[in-house]
Write a protein that binds this ligand. Structure first.
Ligand SMILES: NC(=O)c1ccc[n+]([C@@H]2O[C@H](COP(=O)([O-])OP(=O)(O)OC[C@H]3O[C@@H](n4cnc5c(N)ncnc54)[C@H](OP(=O)(O)O)[C@@H]3O)[C@@H](O)[C@H]2O)c1
Length: 264
């Protein structure tokens, strides 16, 4: 029987590319969007079962779980990024980022973990970010959500391992998608120039980034493994940065980041 994969955020970017690969490989795929009627026609993949899911809305999450009660593989891909200085942050922005990137994901995991435990098999994957390991200025809350996702997965994995259910995270740096960044409404003047320089750098890195198809292919290989690892860096640059972060002194890493962001 075909395995059933749920991919959150399958309307564009990495989720869209992954849905296509999974359909081509013969999986049964459920893909989500906040509003499936707004998915552009060229992004609708024949064979994918589209269901609404808004991770900001608890009712939407429960209704999704009722509509799609079983899955063999859950890929928590939907996410949102952020740009802004901490002193300008509104608490609603912080809450929304945590709701989308972490809390909603945990609610989905919790529901499907129970199902997978009972059947004695399954895989749960989270799309994290290199930002969890090397957080950069003006994107602190995004980094915090992804770092929390990594710590959470570490612990959750051991709970599920005994039941034959694998919990894994993938992470990488820049991918050429339209991943939006929530902005602060007000920007304190002293940060204006730095934020604009930081946004220019980020936009350039995104447009020079890996293709969503490449990243989706790597994710597909990871979910195809019998026993996927906990943390899975994707792309040469990500692997290099991850390695350096673990072995270089933190002060040196901090210095290099400040140098890059001209904050010295
Ligand atoms: N692009 C990068 O450079 C990069 C780097 C590291 C990690 N990542 C991670 O990769 C993942 C995928 O991002 P992407 O780059 O492919 O971005 P993307 O093209 O913007 O796709 C994001 C997906 O998330 C969905 N989404 C947004 N808000 C949502 C909400 N409130 N509830 C449910 N779904 C929501 C969107 O669906 P609708 O708009 O249709 O609702 C969309 O399908 C994210 O977790 C991101 O943090 C990306």
């Amino acid at each position: 029987m075909k395995e059933h994969i749920i991919i959150t955020g399958a309307s564009k970017g990495i989720g869209l590319a992954l849905a296509q690969i999974c359909i081509d490989a013969g999986y049964k795929v459920t893909g989500t969007s906040r509003n499936i009627h707004t998915i552009s026609s060229e992004n609708i993949i024949p064979g994918v079962h589209y269901v609404n899911l808004d991770l900001l809305d608890l009712h939407s999450i429960s209704s999704f779980c009722e509509t799609v009660p079983e899955a063999d593989i859950l890929i928590n891909n939907a996410g949102l990024s952020q740009i802004g200085a901490v002193e300008d942050l509104r608490s609603e922005t912080v809450e929304d980022l945590f709701r989308i990137n972490l809390f909603g994901t945990i609610q989905l995991d919790s529901f499907y973990a129970r199902k997978m435990r009972i059947t004695g098999r399954g895989k749960i994957l989270h799309v994290s970010s290199l930002a969890a390991h090397t957080p950069v200025p003006f994107s602190s809350i995004y980094a915090a959500t992804k770092a929390a996702l990594d710590a959470y997965a570490f612990a959750f994995r051991s709970e599920m391992f005994q039941f034959g259910v694998f919990v894994s995270n993938v992470f990488f740096d820049f991918v050429n998608t339209s991943l939006p960044q929530i902005n602060n409404d007000d920007v304190t003047e002293i940060y204006e120039e730095q934020l604009s320089a930081s946004k220019t750098k980020r936009d350039k890195s995104i447009s020079d980034g890996m293709s969503p198809e490449y990243v989706a292919n790597q994710i597909f290989k990871i979910i195809g493994k019998k026993s996927p690892a906990l943390y899975n860096p994707i792309g040469k640059r990500t692997r290099r940065m991850y390695f350096l972060r673990r072995f270089l002194p933190t002060r040196l890493v901090e210095y290099l980041i400040r140098l890059r962001y001209e904050l010295i």
